[in-house]
Design a protein around this ligand. Structure first.
Ligand SMILES: Cc1ncc(COP(=O)(O)O)c(C=O)c1O
Length: 399
């Protein structure tokens, strides 16, 4: 297993602009291969799908290759890959569709760990259909989402459990297989938000037990495209087609961007350049190397921030992505982000749409916190730049 961060960084043109991009949890930069795949789609001529001429055939192939790439990334079947503009739009679409079968007496379970995109669509769909909403709570001192609570939350009336594979502000990775198994035991579906987890860990939707797994390509070096992988396998007659995605996709696809998605998956598959085998096997090896590398970098970040008396860190889950959420005594999160931006360090401030979790931390009305989200192209020098800048921002420091 090898991970050469210098080689990896060289693939990203934007990383030469002098800024430390510690904002990856809100969106990553694109490698040259992705930019080129998008440009090449337009250069070669592109038509709409299903026509008799070559430019249309190229669109057909791009869509098929994109589904197959996302299937490799997540361990799913290409026929179950639904493509759309972003995760939020697709989740609203699925919530709207699934909730048409719900009614009074049915129950839906959401969590306070989740990004609002995997909360509000279900809350609103439940309200519309008359279903009862139940909340899985976070331990605010650790930011863990205890799986054991689902035993009490679920009943034979539960229709759907929505849960994240990782928190976008504190990185907590809950025990999704246990939660999904509990959901399945009562006949409920499990909708997993994989947007924040996918860039950081090897993904196997079957091992997770996800009936639906949502990702956004722009969080893993691709363009602004969302995907939901559907893994349901209802019995069907042998000659009947098995594909579902078309039913959830509306209008003409963003073909060039879809070409970029496939290129991003190919790029992830070579992050460990010693990895061999099929694209799926290389992805699993590469993402394992990414997880290990990011883990080391995150330890450096947490140790550094943890040693500073004026820093309060939120969340300390046992399993987490490299995502730090913190406040500094004497500065609002907005002020910290602006000071860091002046030193060419990109971080986010606010609740980052983890609206419920920010509330559980008591930060919703005070501007949230600062988020530094590492990804595989960050390096020690960037972490050290962040630490040096934060060290200067003591309450009595130079304003
Ligand atoms: C964990 C998580 N879920 C969902 C979303 C929403 O994704 P999209 O922007 O593709 O709608 C985000 C975006 O930041 C996220 O971090």
């Amino acid at each position: 297993m090898t991970f050469d961060v210098k080689r990896v960084r060289a693939a990203y043109p934007a990383l030469t602009d002098g800024y430390a991009y510690l904002d990856g949890a809100a969106g990553t930069q694109a490698p040259e291969a992705v930019i080129e795949a998008i440009a090449q789609t337009y250069r070669s001529g592109i038509g709409n799908e299903g026509g008799a001429f070559p430019a249309s055939g190229r669109a057909d192939r791009i869509v098929a290759e994109c589904r197959s790439a996302v299937a490799d990334l997540t361990g799913a079947e290409p026929d179950g890959v639904i493509l759309g503009p972003n995760m939020t739009t697709l989740t609203y679409r699925l919530a709207d569709t699934l909730s048409r079968q719900w009614g009074p007496g049915d129950e839906v379970v959401v969590s306070r760990l989740d990004h609002d995109a995997n909360v509000r669509p279900w809350v609103q769909a439940a309200a519309r259909s008359g279903a009862t909403l139940r909340w899985a709570e976070v331990d605010s001192s650790t930011a863990e989402l205890p799986a054991a609570q689902y035993r009490d939350l679920l009943s034979d009336r539960t229709r759907l459990v929505a849960v994240t594979a990782a928190s976008n502000i504190v990185g907590t990775r809950p025990d999704v297989p246990a939660i999904a198994a509990a959901a399945h035991a009562v006949g409920a579906l499990c909708y997993v938000d994989g947007v924040h987890a996918t860039p950081h860990v090897p993904v196997d939707v079957r091992a997770l037990g996800a009936d639906f797994y949502a990702t956004s390509a722009y969080k893993w070096s691709g363009p602004h495209i969302g995907t939901v992988v559907e893994t349901l396998h209802p019995d069907k007659l042998a000659p009947a087609p098995s594909g579902v995605p078309g039913r959830f996709e509306r209008g003409t696809a963003a073909f060039a961007d879809l070409a970029g998605v496939a290129a991003a998956v190919d790029h992830l598959a070579v992050l460990d350049d010693s990895a061999a085998g099929s694209r799926r096997e290389r992805l699993l090896a590469s993402m394992a190397a990414v997880e290990r590398y990011e883990g080391q970098l995150f330890t450096r970040l947490l140790d550094g921030l943890g040693a500073m008396g004026h820093v309060t860190l939120y969340g300390k889950a046992a399993r987490r992505t490299p995502t730090a959420f913190f406040t500094l005594d004497g500065y609002t999160p907005g002020e910290v982000a602006a000071r860091l931006a002046a030193r060419q360090v990109n971080v986010w401030n606010g609740d980052n749409y983890a609206w419920e979790l920010a509330g559980a931390f008591g930060l919703r009305d005070s501007g949230g916190a600062v988020r530094a989200g590492l990804v595989h192209y960050n390096d020690e020098a960037e972490v050290d730049r962040l630490l040096a800048a934060v060290a200067e921002l003591t309450p009595g420091g130079v304003r």
